[in-house]
Design a protein around this ligand. Structure first.
Ligand SMILES: [Zn+2]
Length: 90
């Protein structure tokens, strides 16, 4: 929304990432996790399979990307942040 406040833009992957993401989503239009479950859901997010945590090499490594829908991405992010308190899943 507001890029001036977004940590993503301030870390330097603003327009370049937007473009790379658009290309990736064009090539991978469906959510990877939904497909595993037999659902066909349009992907809207490019997720890092291994959280990059600011690592530029990992961030830009396309083999570490997967196309996700927002719902799957939010669920994954919540797990990684421990927000759901799901110790059995780690
Ligand atoms: Zn999904």
């Amino acid at each position: 929304m507001d890029e001036r406040r977004g940590s993503a833009a301030s870390r330097g992957y603003g327009s370049r990432w937007r473009q790379a993401r658009a290309v990736f989503l064009a090539a991978h239009p469906l959510c990877t996790l939904c497909q595993h479950d037999g659902r066909v859901t349009p992907a809207t997010v490019v997720d890092h399979v291994i959280p990059h945590r600011g690592d530029q090499a990992l961030f830009w490594d396309a083999s570490n990307w997967q196309a996700l829908c927002k719902r799957c991405h939010d669920a994954k992010t919540a797990r990684e942040d421990g927000g759901f308190g799901n110790p059995g899943d780690r």
